[in-house]
Design a protein around this ligand. Structure first.
Ligand code: DAH
Length: 436
């Protein structure tokens, strides 16, 4: 087993059954004049779509501009019963860590680009500014995610309204790019997932998606069937990428399941004395190609989480650090310098507070974590279930230990007590649980 680290793939078989703590799963749309997101959904956020975009209204209080599209708070946080996007998430839209050349995420993205540019000169088109607001169709249906898949739940995904989500994986862009005729492409972007709180999980992180399409000329001369040809090419390409990033490491391929590929694999490398899952990939389901008008082709695809890899490559111990503006963090990285080891500037002590309550049927840990993040933001380091029992009457009690810690300064007792007091209040009022 690979170690569990920062957002492993969500769609692999093991995660199908895990709603709690599920991990790793745009053509910018939705800023329609009407409130109908399905109309908006029909549009696309590709940079070439400028004409189209003019149709969309300018937001009243525009704050962000993504790939040339303006996003206002009201485009993301709607007065809609299906909307579950909190302020803390809205504030992350448009941060674009992957487009900063001096940031570990941007440095890693560029290193991967460099590999593809060297191995396949002028072949791969790169997209890194596609809008993270996508339709349910793009995020799930177009890549054949089953209707009852856990990743579609409100517990796991941020919904803007019933048809519109913050993408939970960069695979959301595959189908439309294929439809538009792209045959070799890389898509990098921020992805959003409701999740638990610990040093390797954060509700926003970054992924890169890669797709390569072959035509009959490519495989016919090879003497192997199309699927085997694509699978072999995929493995060769990704082994090369792993060597480029990690040096001469031991690797292994694990058979797995993704809705969008068949066969599907995970690549693991042996790094710092552990097996580390690097990415998920496979041969694209024929149905996806068919729907994109590519009936005579075969393709491969992969998806990798950038934080996961950046944490090991740069020795970054806590995922919250990627979002830090503290110069003691930001000044340690420079353009083109992959794998410079991060030197922790100081460790402030954590402060632990416990909270116990009787849960109800609708209680989920993701909802609890959302409340905690809403109050404590990045000061929340971990929320850990430390006790769990059911009494004779069938009532279940959970006790969670919340660790508060700032990466940048010491927290005062008063400050922490106030946070915890607010957490207790909101846990009661928002989650309808009974405090003990
Ligand atoms: N979208 C998957 C996830 O987030 C990652 C992935 C796996 C992407 C396999 C792919 C793929 O394109 O072929 O968990």
């Amino acid at each position: 087993m690979a170690i569990s680290l920062a957002h492993a793939t969500l769609f692999s078989r093991t995660s199908l059954f895990l709603s709690r703590n599920s991990r790793s799963l745009a053509f910018c749309i939705p800023f329609s004049t009407s409130s109908s997101s399905s109309a908006a959904a029909a549009s696309s956020s590709l940079p070439s779509d400028k004409l189209h975009r003019n149709k969309w209204r300018s937001p009243v209080a525009s704050v962000l501009e993504l790939g040339g599209v303006k996003i206002g708070r009201e485009d993301v946080m709607r007065d809609d019963p299906t909307n579950n996007v909190p302020d803390t998430i809205f504030s992350k839209l448009g941060m674009q860590l992957h487009r900063r050349d001096q940031h570990p995420i941007g440095i890693l993205k560029n290193a991967i680009y460099e590999y593809f540019d060297t191995s396949y000169p002028n072949k791969f088109d790169k997209f890194d500014d596609l809008c993270p607001i996508v339709t349910v169709k793009q995020n799930f249906d177009d890549v054949l995610v089953p209707a009852d898949h856990v990743s579609r739940s409100y517990n796991d995904t941020y919904y803007i309204d019933a048809q519109t989500v913050l993408r939970c994986h960069t695979s959301a862009h595959q189908a439309e790019l294929l439809r538009r005729g792209n045959t070799h492409f890389l898509v990098t972007g921020d992805v959003y997932r409701r999740d638990s709180i610990d040093s390797t999980h954060y509700p926003v992180f970054h992924q890169m998606e890669g797709v390569r399409v072959f035509s009959p000329d490519d495989w016919e001369a090879s003497g192997v069937d199309a699927t085997s040809y694509a699978a072999e090419d995929l493995k060769k390409c990704l082994e090369g990428l792993a060597n480029h990033l990690f040096g001469a490491v031991e690797m292994r391929w694990i058979d797995t399941y993704f809705p969008f590929t068949n066969p599907s694999f995970e690549l693991e490398i042996y790094f710092q004395e552990k097996w580390l899952e690097v990415l998920g990939c496979g041969v694209t389901e024929q149905e996806i190609l068919k729907r994109s008008g590519k009936t005579n082709n075969v393709a491969w695809a992969f998806g990798l989480g950038l934080e996961r890899l950046a944490m090991v490559l740069f020795d970054i111990p806590d995922i919250r650090l990627f979002w830090s503006n503290d110069e003691r963090f930001t000044s340690q990285f420079s353009k083109g310098q992959l794998g410079v080891k991060f030197k922790p500037f100081s460790k402030y002590p954590p402060c632990y507070k416990d909270i116990s309550f009787w849960i109800n049927e609708s209680f989920t840990e993701n909802n609890l974590c959302e409340v905690v993040r809403g109050i404590a933001g990045d000061l929340a380091e971990e929320v850990l279930l430390i006790d769990n029992f059911t009494n004779k009457k069938g009532m279940t009690s959970h006790c969670y230990r919340i660790a508060y810690r700032s990466m940048e300064r010491s927290l005062t007792d008063d400050e922490i007590n106030e946070l915890q007091w607010n957490v207790r209040e909101q846990v009661q009022s928002k989650l309808n649980v009974v405090l003990r």
